[in-house]
Design a protein around this ligand. Structure first.
Ligand code: GAP
Length: 453
């Protein structure tokens, strides 16, 4: 399937209500977007698919929904205060700032000048004040990754669920980074969502689990409709690894603007639990951690044979929800020329991701018998709890089909005068455009077969 231009996707998103620039009526806010009526459904469906695969379908993973506001000590011991930086340069001529690693041929990205400052580190975390006093000490951070709150809750989850390693904690939620150059629509933004799993394993078994999760995660993206050939596995070079990582694999996807990271799968060793733990000297921590004088918890598990306390290693698959949405839109967007020479745009989404699962269309918008019958069908299908079903009462069947092709609705159900006589309806398939006549009472099963695998 060809990769679309970013403009085609941005235009569809705005036109049909998937994604809008935030605060547009005031000129926007750079690197921040809002999800509209269809975008919120698509995003929720992607998150639901992740949660189902990573939590519900396993017995070795528990969920968490922790706070966004984060105690500054967490981000001190995690290493983010010192190392979560990008190299930044200023253009002395046009005064714009940009990431040093984005610059080509030593030229300003905005005006082409070579009159640039030397790169200097710029911390990407957002700080905010807590409480009524605004002094240098009363600040917290908006979390730059969801992961840290998982590590700080490690003991709570172990104590409350009696889990033993190997096991994981999964979380989906917002993260914030003051990106120097947000760009490429929702690819690099300042407020985004992550789907992260921290999977705790025994030291020595970490490399096998790393391989396991790489495979699992590629398979999951393929199940969401991403073509396998469009995912490249990049072994991040040693010199580019994050401060916590022993090895990281990036799943690189062919986005409309180029091949870039969709998800990272890192072996974080015992760095995080080790750095947030008290009594570090008793724990044989292998990673290079800051001496912790503040934590009141031992983040370790007891080896039942040796009785020694050991800090688990962590394998972390970390995916961006927004990048996922962009990849899914890119994969499913198609422009087709029909036999009659007309063009149609289709969003060939997997049905479980479609914002609307079925559109019920009365053939005549002013015929109360047909409209009431249609409403009844819509209500019954909605009650199945399989996702959103809408009543599309425009009176224009062709226009309704075109709209629902473009927003990825897998089936349209048309109610006409025949329906009133023999309780049959026309079901039109989005991808094949085939129409078949079926009994109303078969619609429940038809929907279930479409959505439940
Ligand atoms: N906990 C590990 C971590 O945060 P990361 O590679 O910095 O690692 C993980 O981020 C994922 O989060 C990325 O693969 C990407 O999908 C998403 N992500 C990171 N920064 C982003 C940004 N500025 N805008 C959108 N998504 C972003």
């Amino acid at each position: 399937m060809p990769t679309q231009s970013m403009e085609q996707l941005v235009s569809l998103c705005k036109r049909r209500g998937f994604i809008f620039q935030t605060n547009e009526i005031y000129g926007g806010l750079q690197g921040v977007y809002d999800y509209g009526p269809l975008g919120v459904e698509l995003k929720e469906n992607l998150k639901k698919a992740w949660w189902t695969a990573m939590v519900y379908s396993r017995d070795d993973v528990e969920g968490l929904d922790a706070s966004i506001l984060t105690n500054k000590k967490v981000l001190k011991y995690s290493g983010h205060e010192d190392t979560f930086t990008d190299p930044l340069v200023d253009c002395k001529d046009c005064k714009n700032r940009m990431r040093a690693d984005h610059i080509k041929d030593s030229k300003c990205l905005h005006c082409g000048s070579t009159n640039l400052t030397k790169p200097r580190p710029f911390n990407l975390m957002f700080r905010t004040n807590i409480g009524p006093i605004s002094d240098d000490d009363s600040y917290a951070y908006l979390r730059p990754e969801t992961a840290q709150q998982i590590f700080t809750n490690f003991k709570n989850v172990v104590d409350s669920t009696s889990k033993s390693i190997p096991f994981g904690i999964a979380q989906i939620g917002k993260a914030f980074r003051n990106e120097i150059t947000p760009r490429n629509f929702i690819f690099r933004v300042r407020e985004f969502e992550q789907m992260e799993l921290e999977f705790f394993v025994k030291k020595g078994e970490d490399e096998d689990w790393h391989k396991y999760w790489i495979k699992e995660r590629i398979n999951w993206w393929v199940q969401q409709g991403v073509e396998k050939d469009k995912i490249k596995v990049l072994n991040v070079p040693q010199e580019e690894l994050s401060h916590y990582s022993k090895a990281t694999i990036d799943l690189m996807y062919e986005f409309p603007h180029g091949v870039e990271e969709l998800e990272g799968i890192a072996n974080r060793t015992d760095f995080d639990l080790g750095s947030h733990s008290k009594n570090q000297e008793d724990l044989d921590i292998t990673a290079d951690v800051l001496k912790n004088k503040d934590s009141n918890a031992r983040l370790a598990v007891q080896n039942i044979n040796s009785k020694k306390w050991e800090v688990p290693y962590v394998i972390e698959p970390s995916a961006g929800v927004d990048r996922g949405v962009l990849a899914i839109l890119n994969e499913s967007y198609k422009e087709e020329t029909l036999e009659n020479g007309k063009n149609r745009v289709v969003l060939a989404l997997k049905p479980h991701l479609s914002p609307i699962k079925a559109a019920v269309i009365p053939i005549k918008k002013n015929d109360s018998t047909i409209v009431d019958f249609s409403k009844k069908i819509k209500d019954n299908l909605q009650k199945l709890g399989l996702g959103r079903v809408v009543l599309e009462n425009t009176g224009n069947i062709g226009k309704s089909y075109r709209k629902h092709d473009e927003i990825g609705t897998p089936i349209c159900i048309t109610i006409d005068f025949e329906t009133l006589e023999d309780s049959t309806v026309t079901v039109r398939d989005r991808d094949t455009m085939e129409q078949k006549r079926v009994k109303v009472e078969t619609l429940d099963n038809l929907m279930r077969n479409l959505l439940v695998k």
